[in-house]
Design a protein. Structure first.
Length: 207
């Protein structure tokens, strides 16, 4: 989702989902989160209420449209990374997601949360995505290292890698107009974490 205060003039809207996200950003700034309804968002975007629910289950899903789209290809990137050390393949895949992310699409939920009156809804919607991402990463670490799903080492490694990625995204979004490319920020955040986790994700040699 774009930061509504920085949307380039004349930028073409690419889909109904993006139109809804942009309309929501405008309305949340004008009326606040609690003062904005789904019907108002749909009307501002020029679509029906039914169209809204074709794309989103709730208002909170609007926060993360662009990041959800960017992360949708993570599983494919991980599957294509066979042969690389498991932790490094996760690092490379998440950095690649960051490099491919449209730099103009800054998550406005991270830059305008106070002005929009976002609170528990922002935290809850972010937590759902963090847990989902950790599950994908942990499953890859287990499969790639020949271990079993649910092993503590893989779960801990996944949590650390995802936490580094989340910190990078948040820092990038809040860095303002002079922000560096997201992929570079993610590489800086994830490199040291991956350095310390290579051994953790390897299969146990204990008998």
């Amino acid at each position: 989702m774009s930061d509504p205060s920085r949307r380039p003039i004349g930028r073409p809207r690419r889909s109904s989902a993006e139109m809804l996200a942009d309309a929501a950003a405008e309305l949340f700034l004008e009326n606040g989160w609690s003062g904005t309804t789904v019907d108002q968002i749909a009307q501002r975007a020029g679509v029906s209420r039914g169209t809204f629910f074709n794309y989103f289950d709730s208002k909170a899903d609007l926060f993360w449209l662009d990041l959800d789209v960017s992360l949708a290809g993570l599983g494919e990137l991980l599957r294509a990374s066979s042969g690389s050390p498991p932790v490094r393949s996760v690092e490379a895949a998440l950095v690649a997601v960051g490099r491919a992310h449209d730099p103009a699409r800054v998550p406005w939920a991270l830059t305008q949360s106070e002005a929009m009156g976002l609170g528990d809804e922002l935290v809850a919607s972010a937590a759902v995505r963090v847990v989902r991402l950790q599950s994908v990463v942990a499953a890859h670490l287990a499969e790639a290292s020949g271990g079993r799903r649910g092993e503590l080492g893989h779960e801990a490694a996944a949590a650390a890698l995802v936490a580094a990625a989340v910190a990078a995204i948040t820092h990038w979004a809040r860095s303002g107009v002079g922000r560096r490319p997201l992929g570079d920020v993610m590489a800086d955040a994830m490199g040291p974490v991956a350095d310390g986790l290579d051994a953790v994700a390897r299969p146990s040699t204990a008998s």
